[in-house]
Design a protein around this ligand. Structure first.
Ligand code: CXF
Ligand code: ZN
Length: 384
């Protein structure tokens, strides 16, 4: 009832609400009052309930991912539809939804191909920070504010394209399933879809944050018998072991390159290697950690804009495969609601990935926890 009356009160009007604005790089986010315009054709305005803080948000704050500023970050959100623009048919006010940093238009070449998910309507590779019509829905202090990957969840209300939002199971706990907008599909899909980890196999995971931890859980669920976790922050090791990591390595404490240690531990190198940090150095180390004949390396960390990945092609010649995936290769609107329902029905568990919860105004504390490696995922509650 409350949501229905809210939709009538606010639909068609500008909403003034709180949002965390990143005015420049390398500065704390500022909680501001912003104006959120009503949704235009094909758009949906969502009242955000909960949002996870992802490493990619931090990369953006640190200037490693080039995107226009000032910006409202956040791309891991769950909320309730407040109002819809003309022509929207797949969601309605009051629906519980997830929104994604990768849309699924269901019309482009990649959406129509059974193997593709990198929708041509994405705003990831050359970000404009704007809606598809080239305009913004946010203003603050009279200034235009950009969005991030068409999403922006560090706000009480946002506007997203219908093609980036999906209705989910009404029984889903929003403050948990919000991480199914990024960390969970990115990690699970890298393992189940991209690498296709096999029972009895050996794996190495570089980076034991949110995505790396989801990878560890999925490797374990796939029956991997050895899962080596690599991180320079040893505080992450106990949680990683609890999720399924069998051996922990801190590259800063090793006398030789980490890939050589992985090779010694496994004889020939692992079957599957995953990079979930976003550093060139760890991407190359992950590639060299997998066995040279049929090892598969999946990178999903986002490296700084403009950086170059380079290695001797002889590394690949014996047969290694280097792959990548975004959102784990899942078609976001088609596939992710089923993951949510699997969670609701207790077929999968994602609870251990959420180690911290904070009210939205404490967002900078959440980023501090992330930078210091104290959390796996910290989820912000927009509605106390
Ligand atoms: C990001 C970066 C690539 C596009 C989707 C979102 N992945 C994880 O944060
Ligand atoms: Zn993310």
């Amino acid at each position: 009832m409350e949501q229905a009356s809210l939709a009538t009160k606010t639909s068609g009007n500008v909403i003034r609400c709180r949002a965390a604005v990143a005015w420049t790089t390398n500065a704390p986010l500022s909680i501001e009052e912003v104006e959120v315009d009503p949704p235009k054709a094909g758009e949906v305005r969502v009242k955000i309930i909960a949002s996870g803080i992802c490493g990619t948000d931090n990369h953006t704050i640190e200037g490693k991912m080039k995107t226009p500023f000032p910006v409202i970050l956040g791309h891991e959100g769950a909320g309730v539809v407040e109002s819809i623009g003309p022509g929207v048919t797949t969601v309605k006010p009051g629906d519980k939804v997830l929104m994604f940093p990768l849309p699924e238009c269901r019309e482009c070449f990649y959406c129509l191909h059974p193997e593709g998910n990198f929708c041509e309507k994405e705003d990831i590779i050359s970000p404009t920070g704007l809606m598809l019509d080239g305009t913004s829905r946010f203003t603050c202090r009279g200034k235009k504010i950009y969005n991030i990957m068409g999403t922006s969840t560090f706000t009480e209300y946002t506007v997203v394209h219908e093609i980036a939002v999906v209705k989910i199971d009404a029984a889903a706990p929003m403050d948990t399933v919000c991480i199914m907008s990024c960390a969970v599909p990115t990690g699970f899909g890298a393992v189940f879809n991209t690498a296709q980890v096999t029972p009895g196999s050996s794996c190495v995971v570089f980076g034991l944050g949110g995505i790396g931890s989801a990878i560890v859980m999925a490797c374990k669920a796939s029956g991997a018998c050895r899962i080596i976790g690599v991180d320079i922050n040893e505080e992450k090791f106990p949680r990683a072991r609890a999720l399924g990591v069998t051996d922990c390595l801190n590259p800063n404490k090793l006398k030789k390159p980490v890939q050589e240690v992985v090779k010694e531990m496994t004889g020939v190198g692992v079957d599957f290697a995953f990079e979930a940090i976003g550093l060139i150095e760890t991407m190359v180390a992950a590639l060299k950690s997998c066995n040279r004949s049929y090892g598969v390396c999946v990178i999903m960390g986002v490296a700084p804009t403009g950086s170059q990945l380079s290695f001797d092609p002889l590394v690949l010649l014996p047969g290694r495969t280097l792959k990548s995936s975004v959102l784990g290769g899942y078609k976001t609107r088609d596939d992710i609601p089923k993951l949510v329902t699997d969670y609701v029905q207790k077929k999968i568990n994602i609870d251990p990935l959420i180690t911290h919860r904070l009210p939205f105004p404490k967002i900078n504390e959440g980023f501090r926890l992330l930078r210091e490696g104290k959390c796996i995922r910290c989820v912000l509650s927009m509605r106390p």
